[in-house]
Design a protein around this ligand. Sequence first.
Ligand SMILES: C[C@](O)(C(=O)O)[C@H](CC(=O)O)C(=O)O
Length: 311
Amino acid sequence: MKQMAAATKLRRIIEDPNSFILCPGVYDGFSARVALNVGFDGIYMTGAGSSASVLGHADLGMMTQTHMRNQAEMITDLGALPQYATTDGPVPLIADADTGYGGPIMVSRTVEQYARSGVAGLHIEDQVQTKRCGHLGGKEVVSRDVYFSRIRAAVNARKRIGSDIVIIARTDALQTHGYDESIKRLKGAYEAGADVAFFEGLTSKEQAAQMIKAVAPMPALLNMVESGATPSFTVAEAKETGFKVMIVPFAAIVSAYAAMKTGLEYLKATGSMPDKAKEMTPQQLFRICGLDASIQVDKESGGENFKSGVD
Ligand SMILES: C[C@](O)(C(=O)O)[C@H](CC(=O)O)C(=O)O
């Protein structure tokens, strides 16, 4: 059976009144592998995490469109591997697309390229080009008209290439323009053809519930940044509030940071790795990254490169 595109798969989930999708944030090939091995139905490419991983810099708009697209494509390639894809297609990736990286022409190009790279959904926001993480103070947003032109460019691009890629309209307007303006922006984005509402920086559970009602029937995404502007929601709470999608951008990176720091501090202090880390063999590490599937490819092709195994 021909596989459905990941975008179509995500679109069906969003359109199904009984579905909900939880996507942990991944930021590179390794974190994507770990999330896929754990078995999530969808994954999220965090721009903040990618910026930290690829550039070693904060989420201040330093990642270019090319960086982000390349990163997204590497991750969708992994989610399409036979060991992760289901009969109805690859594991859907929702990818951060920041401001779309320019005017309508660049937004359009971003949507086309993300779609061609197998991205299932992407979010475009209304921050100025010198953007920052949505949970930092001092944000600035563009006018409603400029924002809507970004959304229109995204929707037109999707239609032009006949893709099902899910367009998620994000607004960062709460900080400077307030709740009502943010709702106007999301509703206007829906009228312009966006599929999902992403109200950045919701400050309370009541506000989240109010927002869901206000934007209905537009489905909504919850950005669960722990210790950010938004209170902590469990998946059960997000579902009950009426969200369709929940992303947890820092799920992998904060876990990785804690473990990395502990291991490195231990090495520095003692001159040796912690016992737990020592237990992992190179083979085990590479098995996380598909070692056995790669060896199988060689074997099935008549290759003899791994005849005597790797163990
Ligand atoms: C969702 C987000 O765009 C991301 O890059 O993951 C960030 C997360 C963060 O930096 O807190 C955002 O909310 O702006």
